[in-house]
Write a protein that binds this ligand. Structure first.
Ligand code: TTP
Ligand code: MN
Ligand code: MN
Ligand code: MN
Length: 360
């Protein structure tokens, strides 16, 4: 048996997709610090550093108790030198000096504000900062040309930076269901993203749409958007989207999609002093053919790190390529069909992890 130690040693798998990560996080003091540094790295186009901090944070989220001493972390995977330095700082001083100075930095503050605008990514924000634009007022005064999405993003800035509640997500779900069923009866709508993982709030609401008959879903997105646009004057409707409906390809997948803004009428008790009776909410709509639906649900449920780790596991450990469309076995040189997430985990040789435990 093991010699007595004051603090229990943890044993944790190295891939986040091998672990069960609930929303119950015993180390938020540490994971908040690492997540902020990850975010700062991502906003600065330092993806490698970003992933390293995300992996370290995810590992700490999976621990069953609070870490109080560095010795508990000995031998654990995913904790690089830099992350360990940050953790040590927080454990010893209550805060990380690097996190504090990042939070105070003019550049980080500006990146947060500017990328908080729908349709503005790290690249655009960086260009504006180099032109001396650090906040919304300076942006408005600068005469920068904004695209339609960015204009809407600026107009609804406060609404879109206010977390979406589960009740609001459910209300949006009803609108989407109605729209989809109006233009193509028999279609199915699935809630994905953070709300499927059991989160109580989110930055948007994510939906995946399909139809049980393969091929029927082709061209569905423009029809759904047209239907929603025709409802513009009603209580709940569609306001604007990024790059229009049916944007073809991104670096992530090739589904028909619409990253949009919805208008959601508030219930009486939610009305505020401003007498605004509705609010803008970010909604992501994606259409998948039924043959790819299981892969699409898995790919759009997240978390982002969980997805990244699944693909890394598939490639490095199984010689397979996983995407939101399919799973390809490079050894057998063939696609592996699946109609459920459980089957995909089984192909990958992983224990099934339900959505509520994918909060890595
Ligand atoms: P998000 O909606 O960005 O994240 P989330 O729902 O986990 O968190 P939040 O509550 O803040 O909204 O993304 C959801 C999933 O969609 C995520 O696992 C990654 C996936 N995704 C793609 O597959 N392709 C894409 O182009 C984008 C933007 C997301
Ligand atoms: Mn617990
Ligand atoms: Mn989401
Ligand atoms: Mn989303």
């Amino acid at each position: 048996s093991r010699p007595f130690t004051e603090v229990a040693l943890f044993s944790v798998s190295s891939y986040a997709c091998q672990r069960r990560t609930t929303l119950d996080n015993h180390n938020s003091n540490l994971t908040d610090a690492l997540s902020l540094l990850a975010e700062n790295a991502e906003l600065s186009n330092e993806d490698g550093r970003g992933v390293a901090f995300r992996r370290a944070a995810a590992l700490l989220k999976a621990l069953p108790t609070q870490v109080i001493s560095m010795s508990q972390l000995r031998g654990l995977p995913c904790l690089g030198e830099h992350s360990l330095r940050v953790i040590k700082d927080v454990l010893e001083n209550g805060v990380s000096s690097e996190v504090e100075s990042t939070k105070q930095s003019k550049r980080y503050k500006a990146l947060k504000i500017l990328t908080g605008i729908f349709g503005v990514g790290a690249k655009t924000a960086d260009r504006w900062i180099r032109e001396g634009i650090y906040n919304l007022e300076q942006l408005r005064d600068s005469g920068q040309t904004l695209n339609r999405a960015q204009k809407a993003g600026l107009e609804h800035y406060d609404d879109l930076n206010e977390p979406v509640t589960k009740a609001e997500a459910d209300a949006i779900g009803e609108i989407v269901q109605k729209a989809v069923n109006s233009v193509l009866p028999g279609s199915e709508v699935a809630l994905t993203g953070g709300f499927r993982r059991g989160k109580l709030t989110g930055h948007d609401v994510d939906f995946l749409i399909t139809h049980p008959e393969e091929g029927k879903e082709v061209g569905l997105m423009p029809k759904v958007v047209a239907w929603l646009e025709s409802q513009k004057t009603t209580r709940n409707s569609y306001l604007e989207s990024k790059d229009g409906p049916a944007r073809p390809a991104s670096n992530m997948d090739r589904f028909e999609r619409c990253f949009s803004i919805f208008k959601l009428t508030k219930r009486k008790e939610q009305e505020t002093a401003s007498h605004k009776i509705w609010r803008a909410v970010r909604v992501d709509l994606v259409v998948s053919p039924i043959s790819q639906f299981a892969f699409a649900v898995l790919g759009w449920t997240g978390s982002k790190l969980f997805e990244r780790e699944l693909r890394r596991w598939a490639g490095h450990e199984k010689n397979m390529s996983l995407s939101s469309h399919a799973l390809f076995d490079n050894t057998q040189n063939k696609y592996l069909r699946a109609t459920s997430e459980e089957e995909i985990f089984a192909y990958l040789g992983l224990e099934y992890i339900p959505p509520s435990e994918r909060n890595a």
